[in-house]
Design a protein around this ligand. Structure first.
Ligand SMILES: NC(=O)c1ccc[n+]([C@@H]2O[C@H](COP(=O)([O-])OP(=O)(O)OC[C@H]3O[C@@H](n4cnc5c(N)ncnc54)[C@H](O)[C@@H]3O)[C@@H](O)[C@H]2O)c1
Length: 452
């Protein structure tokens, strides 16, 4: 028996949930939404925004460090608590702002975790609410770990709230989050050891570029333990000892101030009681949806990081939410357009990729050209005395277009967007080579990136 019925129930007030809820309200639907944590979700509170505030500071210091002896005579003074206060000026207003925006849009807002009672009914905030349509946008969180002492580690969320930057830290995991935490912390003065489960950091990026990044990191004093996993953590006189194990089973102990858990994330689906509704998930617990973001139940949709569609990235969630809103509120049906999706790891320097990967190029039956160069001595990186710069482009030589781009170096995070446009719009290579870009910018390297 439900207390009230709505046209649309939205679970999760991150960017995807807010976007669909607002579109529903604008379309005249009655809407209730609920959020178990603070309104706003990962990107503005525990992800992109606070990370970028820290990264901007780290990048500034890093650039000065690279120019030491080339005009700079001293490292800039740096005070972590001031940076945290600056970060909080972004994060702290967000929950109230987001919650108020939802209420002003006419949405009934709740602050609780929702769980299914039956396929049309959710329980939250002490009530049972029935939705004609239900949208799940619950996001992800740091994966629970099971090795002894894992509770002594700080999650990446907690790293973003540290009151003091430790002198030393061990970063467990070298995906996007581990790499970003490691680079930010190292640039700002922390001695960093990275425990990477694979042969390179950032395994989802191009292996040649990730190896170059690792070499540059080691040259400036970061320590990597590759093909290794953290298997235990124990407190030790105000510090911590991490036990790591390599692929051959050899164990090493590392003593450090803080241990940061960057060992993966899981979808927030376990509290939803999906079984009560009979909603299917994949083997990683992500909600299975079709290309209209519909689950196996016709009236239940899911969007964003909690689904099995697209990379767990903010712009992907934003695009999916907009496609779903148009579909649900009958503006128009349009396809998800997620290929290619540009992606950036905010390392120092940045790593970015879009389109065909090396593995896909090797397996492709097409005539694929590979244009790989270490470009550290090209003008743009050299002006900045970058430690490393490199690119790898894949071209479809029958069609004369770029199909994949992989970048490491200063301004990679911006340059990748131009290459995304080139790939998505299938701009002929002969056109790209004729374009006159502003000089000396990162973009001005594009015509020279493709041989021939
Ligand atoms: N800049 C960005 O766009 C950005 C930033 C952060 C996160 N994200 C998104 O969030 C997702 C999650 O990122 P992530 O970095 O948390 O996860 P990830 O899965 O990319 O990396 C986690 C790594 O930790 C390793 N690992 C697991 N247990 C370990 C252990 N005991 N010891 C050592 N290593 C261990 C895993 O093998 C994996 O390589 C990414 O796929 C990305 O899409 C994107």
């Amino acid at each position: 028996m439900s207390d009230k019925q709505y046209d649309v129930l939205v679970v999760g007030a991150g960017s995807a949930g807010q976007s669909v809820a607002t579109a529903a309200a604008r379309a005249g639907r009655s809407v209730a939404m609920t959020e178990g944590r603070a309104y706003g979700g990962t990107c503005p509170l525990r992800g992109c925004d606070p990370k970028l505030v820290l990264h901007a500071a780290a990048e500034a210091v890093h650039r000065v460090q690279r120019l030491s002896g080339k005009g700079f005579t001293a490292a800039p003074g740096f005070h972590w608590p001031d940076l945290m206060a600056w970060k909080r000026s972004f994060t702290e207003p967000m929950p109230e702002k987001a919650r108020t925006a939802m209420r002003e849009a006419g949405i009934d807002v709740y602050d609780d975790y929702a769980s299914f009672v039956d396929d049309h009914t959710l329980s939250f905030g002490g009530v049972h609410l029935r939705g004609k349509t239900i949208v799940l946008a619950t996001g992800m969180r740091p994966a629970p770990l099971d090795f002894p002492g894992h509770e002594h580690m700080l999650t990446s969320d907690e790293f973003l709230d540290l009151e003091e930057l430790p002198d030393e830290m061990v970063v467990v995991g070298a995906g996007y989050i581990g790499t970003e935490v490691a680079h930010i912390s190292h640039a700002l003065g922390c001695r960093v050891t990275v425990v990477a489960s694979g042969p390179v950091p950032l395994e989802k990026f191009d292996p040649d570029l990730t190896d170059l990044l690792r070499q540059a990191d080691e040259d400036r004093g970061m320590t990597y333990h590759l093909n290794s996993r953290a298997v235990a953590v124990r407190p030790d006189d105000g510090r911590f000892v991490v036990t790591i194990e390599d692929a051959g089973g050899r164990r090493t102990e590392i003593r450090t101030d803080r241990v940061i858990h960057c060992a993966g994330r899981v979808p927030n689906t376990d509290r939803l009681n999906l079984e009560a509704a009979g909603i299917n998930t994949d083997d990683q617990g992500r909600i299975k949806v079709n290309d209209q973001l519909q689950t196996n139940l016709a009236h239940v949709y899911a969007v964003g990081d909690c689904t099995n569609v697209g990379l767990p990235l903010t712009p992907v969630a934003g695009h999916a939410a907009s496609v779903l809103s148009d579909h649900l509120f009958k503006v128009k049906d349009r396809p998800l357009e997620l290929h290619p999706t540009p992606t950036v790891a905010f390392a120092l320097p940045g790593m970015a990729a879009v389109g065909m990967t090396a593995a896909e190029a090797a397996a492709s039956p097409r005539n694929i050209g590979v244009h790989y160069k270490v470009s550290t001595d090209w003008f743009h990186p050299r002006h900045r005395n970058a430690a490393v710069s490199a690119f790898k482009l894949f071209t479809d030589d029958d069609r004369g277009v770029v199909v994949g781009a992989h970048l490491l170096g200063p301004d990679a995070s911006e340059l990748i967007n131009l290459l995304y446009v080139a790939i998505r719009q299938e701009i002929p290579i002969r056109e790209l080579k004729r374009m006159v870009f502003a000089y000396p910018t990162a973009a001005s390297m594009i015509p020279s990136m493709i041989d021939g």
